[in-house]
Write a protein that binds this ligand. Structure first.
Ligand code: ADP
Length: 451
């Protein structure tokens, strides 16, 4: 195991990694921008180092600065968390060139999966079903029209380098394809390094169901079951749960097998997530692979009892994962995660930075809160709006929902607007309670709901 690692992230995930390090007896060094100097991960890590001013482009996104920090502080490895440089193959390669272990997959695996159209081809070759669509990138609006005519409307135009729901456009008819094709390219160019796009059939009534995997250098590869992330706004997740209300044990096994085929097809090591769309007829299709730990990983930790961050450190240090002998995994309870964002859900989830005046956490049986926030904290406008994750669990979905309701009511945040009123309304919604909903749940069921 490593003696000392650098955490190249901020917020709740930096704190989550600091805690795992403490339990493993690994020293942690956390980097921070000037805006994050007085945050909990910085106070709780064994050591810390300032890497620049608040804007991410001048701090958390600077590979040289981070590698320099790791060297100065004598770290052997770098944990990138999620976001920032977590899916940068160049950064992973720079770590290796500087004798630092990147706590994640190989640069080759990152670049293969980061190019979403190439990822589709790799999955098809590995016998994993993909959403019907274009073979590779679509170079002109005429080609887009031809492909859409062939696969049938509606279609989804997606950025090759996509993420965070950006550079995506649903197109319902041939009349709009040219305009939406150009819009998707323009948005992709503004958000990513590449403006290239590809096309998929748009599966309107589908659920987002993803499989969490772990693979090590000793030939072990396991599925930690699924997470259902169908409650989304603008293609971004708000609520995640496991088990998925739509899965049978047989379907779980089939999706886990497909995910493990995907892992083998890329020679993947460390933690990763294979995202699928599940249609009304329970056919599932590969959408993309996330080559990092995800925001919603605690859901899988609660239903399997596996500490994913500790496994990441074991795998990166060359040890076998600790949980391999427990596979195949079955969910041992029902867990739900609610993303508490500094956003006002009553005005289109508008970001709401500011000072937190009160921050009273829920507690009790079946409750976990991952957060870096305390009363008095300032939420800067500079970063992602996630301020806490509330994870609840119970023996059944119904019990988990009861825990959720009282925990969301206990959670008292003053000073800024948050997504808590949205979550309370969502779990009281009949369609959500029935478990029978699709990725359009927020648009179709929550529109106009008084919050
Ligand atoms: P990103 O990397 O930008 O998050 P994803 O490929 O993960 O993009 O897709 C995000 C969300 O968009 C999915 O969870 C799903 O709700 C929706 N989506 C993506 N592809 C399709 C599709 N072919 N049909 C219907 N919905 C889709």
């Amino acid at each position: 195991m490593f003696k000392r690692i650098l955490i190249a992230n901020r917020g709740e995930i930096a704190l989550r990694i600091v805690r795992a390090c403490k339990e493993l007896g690994v020293e942690s060094v956390v980097v921070y921008s000037e805006a994050d100097r007085y945050t909990l991960p910085v106070l709780m890590a064994d050591d810390s180092i300032c890497i620049g001013p608040a804007p991410s482009a001048q701090s958390y996104l600077l590979p040289d600065r981070i590698i320099g920090a790791a060297k100065v502080k004598g770290a052997e490895a770098v944990h990138p968390g999620y976001g920032f440089l977590a899916e940068s193959a160049d950064f992973a390669r720079m770590c290796a060139d500087n004798d630092l272990v990147f706590i994640g997959p190989s640069p080759e695996a990152i670049s293969m999966m980061g190019d979403k159209s190439r990822a589709r081809e790799t999955m098809m070759a590995g016998n994993v079903p993909v959403v019907p669509g274009s073979d590779g990138v679509v170079l002109s609006a005429e080609d887009a029209r031809e492909i859409a005519d062939r696969i049938g409307y509606p279609v989804l135009i997606k950025a090759k380098a996509g993420g965070g729901g950006k550079g995506m456009r649903v197109c319902e008819s041939p009349d709009d394809i040219e305009k939406l094709y150009q819009q998707a390219r323009t948005e992709a160019a503004a958000s990513f390094e590449s403006d290239e796009v590809y096309i998929e059939k748009y599966l309107a009534r589908s659920r987002h169901v993803e499989i969490q995997v772990l693979a090590d250098a000793h030939g072990n590869a396991v599925s930690l079951c699924e997470r259902d992330c169908s409650v989304q706004r603008r293609h971004q997740k708000l609520i995640e749960e496991a088990p998925s209300p739509a899965l049978t044990p047989e379907l779980r096994e089939a999706m886990s097998d497909a995910a493990l085929r995907a892992v083998r097809a890329v020679g993947y090591q460390n933690a990763g997530t294979i995202e699928f769309l599940l249609d009304e007829d329970r056919n599932f299709y590969f959408m993309e692979m996330n080559t990092r730990v995800q925001v919603e990983h605690p859901v899988s930790e609660q239903v399997t009892g596996v500490d994913i961050i500790k496994e990441q450190l074991r795998i990166a240090s060359g040890e076998p994962m600790a949980c391999a002998s427990r596979a195949p995994f079955e969910p041992r309870c029902h867990a739900i995660e609610f993303r508490i964002n500094a956003e006002d859900p009553s005005i289109g989830f508008r970001p709401c930075p500011g000072v937190i005046k009160r921050f009273d956490l829920p507690g009790g049986c079946g409750v976990r809160v991952d957060t870096h926030i305390r009363a008095g904290a300032m939420i800067p406008p500079t970063y992602d709006s996630l301020i806490a994750k509330l994870i609840v669990w119970g023996d059944t979905r119904d019990e988990a929902l009861r825990v959720a309701e009282r925990a969301l009511e206990e959670f008292n945040i003053e000073g800024i607007a948050t997504t808590i009123p949205f979550h309370l309304a969502a779990i009281r919604n009949e369609v959500f309670r029935s478990g029978d909903f699709y990725t359009d749940f927020v648009e179709t069921e929550m529109n106009g709901v008084e919050l």
